[in-house]
Design a protein around this ligand. Structure first.
Ligand code: GLN
Length: 186
């Protein structure tokens, strides 16, 4: 049985735990190296990427996490999680530098420019999905083996590269566990 972890240092980790529980998956809260050793896949939630990056360093989780991701552990970064995984960050400092994407932080504007929209993403589900963007980054380009899964308003909002998956929006705040189901199949 695979053990799913949710990085729980800051941000919307409780919402991810609820979404997983809604689809019958009991996940492990990851807050230190011992927790990380027990998980086979990990969600990095939205929040504040600089804060999560700082706590990753303070808790000495940073390098063990980077190594696990580079060794192929499936990982899903939502919003700030996407920024943390990017190799290139415009208007910010790269953090884990694992994924071949270039992102720009806060690229839609301020908190007041947050929005939601509905979109069909066949690789995820054949239903219309609710996508919630909160002070989201924009994925400006993808390179290497990174593949665009979805675009909204002309912007790349979901990317997959091998066992890494990122969304610039927050599926854990919307109903239905379609994205969580997708991640569990990686
Ligand atoms: N603006 C945040 C950052 O740059 C991300 C926002 C989010 O995760 N909803 O880290």
């Amino acid at each position: 049985m695979q053990c799913v972890g949710v990085l729980a240092l800051q941000g919307s980790f409780a919402e991810h735990l609820h979404s997983l529980s809604d689809i019958g998956v009991k996940a492990l809260v990851v807050q230190n190296k011992a927790d990380l050793e027990r998980v086979d896949r990990l969600i990095i939630p939205g929040g504040e990427s600089t804060t999560i990056g700082k706590i990753l360093r303070d808790t000495e989780l940073f390098y063990p996490l980077k190594e696990k991701i580079q060794n192929g552990m499936p990982v899903w970064g939502t919003c700030a999680g996407c920024i943390l995984l990017a190799k290139q960050v415009q208007s910010g400092v790269p953090q884990l530098e694992c994924m071949n994407i270039r992102v720009e932080r806060n690229a839609y504007g301020s908190q007041l420019d947050s929005f939601s929209t509905q979109e069909m993403i066949p690789v995820i589900s054949n239903k219309l999905l609710n996508l919630i963007f909160i002070r989201a980054p924009k994925i400006r380009s993808v390179f290497g083996h990174a593949q665009v899964l979805c675009q909204v308003r002309g912007e790349i909002v979901a990317v997959r590269e091998n066992s890494m998956f990122v969304t610039t929006f927050h599926p854990e705040l919307a109903d239905g566990g379609d994205f969580h189901q997708y991640f569990l199949q990686i």
